[in-house]
Design a binder for this molecule. Structure first.
Ligand SMILES: C[S@@+](CC[C@H](N)C(=O)[O-])C[C@H]1O[C@@H](n2cnc3c(N)ncnc32)[C@H](O)[C@@H]1O
Length: 210
């Protein structure tokens, strides 16, 4: 039987999530949380999650980091409907519908302490807009944690069957990623390879806006 949960109380939600087994097998989230703690990330801030899906990953992050306000963004109406149905009665959050490849996200600039994007960049043909939008919405000093399969620089093979060959090669190349973040006042503060899949690195990366 599921535990009774209450609106806005992350420590209770943690119990709820463990009964649902919603957060199994996502070591990249543990890695990002570890890195944030190493960087003395303060609890209690605002979080935006890009490509939240049904909320599985981000609820773990906000619970563990004791965040106070959070916004979930996705291009899938179904996913956002699901997250509202599953967690809406228990947690306070906003959902925002946006195509992260092309659209501005309807949220203020310089507002969030933390942005996350778990297992989502890989689905985009271009990461340019996502990086620009993340840099816009983060406060200076705010963090951006993500995971993605990155090509080695110069690798010419596709790394994911769901993405377009040419564009995804270009955009998910580590060198291109670093160039793009450099244009947007973001810098890498930590990263770690999680496993190797063919010629791509599955990498958890922590960035900070300067
Ligand atoms: C593999 S799921 C990851 C969900 C969640 N972050 C997690 O870790 O459980 C990828 C998510 O990216 C979203 N997505 C894919 N393309 C998108 C786009 N262009 N704009 C916004 N979201 C997108 C999908 O709808 C899906 O919810």
């Amino acid at each position: 039987m599921r535990a009774t949960v209450y609106y806005g109380r992350p420590w209770v939600v943690a119990g709820y999530l463990s009964t649902c087994n919603q957060t199994a097998n996502n070591p990249w989230i543990d890695q990002i949380i570890f890195m944030l703690r190493e960087k003395k990330f303060s609890p209690g801030g605002n979080l935006i999650d890009l490509g939240a899906g049904p909320g599985t990953s981000i609820l773990k992050t906000m619970t563990v980091l004791n965040l106070k306000e959070f916004t979930l963004v996705d291009s899938s109406k179904e996913a956002l409907k699901m997250v509202n149905e599953i967690y809406g009665r228990h947690l306070k959050f906003e959902t925002v519908l946006a195509d992260l490849q092309t659209e501005k996200i309807a949220v203020p600039s310089d507002y969030f302490d933390l942005a996350t994007s778990f297992s989502t960049m890989i689905y985009l043909d271009s990461i340019k807009n996502l990086i620009e939008e993340t840099a816009r919405v983060l406060k200076i000093g705010g963090f951006f944690g993500l995971n993605c399969l990155f090509h080695d620089d110069g690798c010419k093979k596709p790394h994911h069957h769901l993405t377009n060959f040419e564009v995804s090669f270009y955009d998910h190349c580590w060198k291109y990623f670093r160039q793009e973040i450099g244009k947007n006042r973001l810098q890498i503060v930590d990263y770690k390879d999680l496993e190797r899949e063919n010629e791509a690195h599955h990498r958890a990366v922590l960035l900070q806006k300067f």
